[in-house]
Unconditional design. Sequence first.
Length: 215
Amino acid sequence: MDGTADPGRVFADAELKKALAPPGAFGEGLRSTGATVGIFNGYPGSRGPWQDCMPEGGSEPLKGYVRELETFRAASAERSAVKWGIPDDEREPETVPEISVDQSLLSMPAEDAKRYLALQHDLYSHCKTVLHDMEAGVAYEHHEVTKLKGLGDEALLESSSMTGGDEYDAPRRYTVEARVGGVILRVGADDDKDKVLAWAAMLARDIGKELYGTA
């Protein structure tokens, strides 16, 4: 949308909510956990536990990234789609879904969206390992980030995994953050990078059509 859309145009929470993909877009048997709007302004910037980061290049750049990210404000909407591996009446409260897909949309002026995505890239690049002090020991969260071409105006593929023995080891989770004009979309799921990339491309296309009115 760069060069074609009004760079100062922003969308309201309700408009973003309508543009979220339905649960069925991510596969059969998934259902919504409900959509929420306006939450981004309660904890703007990156949501990771960056205070426990083990930065390779010192903590000062990290603090600068986090401080700047905390200044961002945006309209927002998000929704999760889940598929349970066991029936509802047999499921305990702590049961982990068989499949879980998270999606969110942010709207801000295009220049702010560009800077936000650049900061996300720098933050993930700088903080490749996060230390978690658990009850039964120590776990490490590992981050990787790659710039993507051909998806929206610009995009990042972020991944994270957890190591710390059988109790804390977790599968790699892939997240795409892409910018379409001044809208930042985020979609993430465990294990299947190709599906996350495909879903992000679908969302980017739909945002162009539904919000910006492209053909």
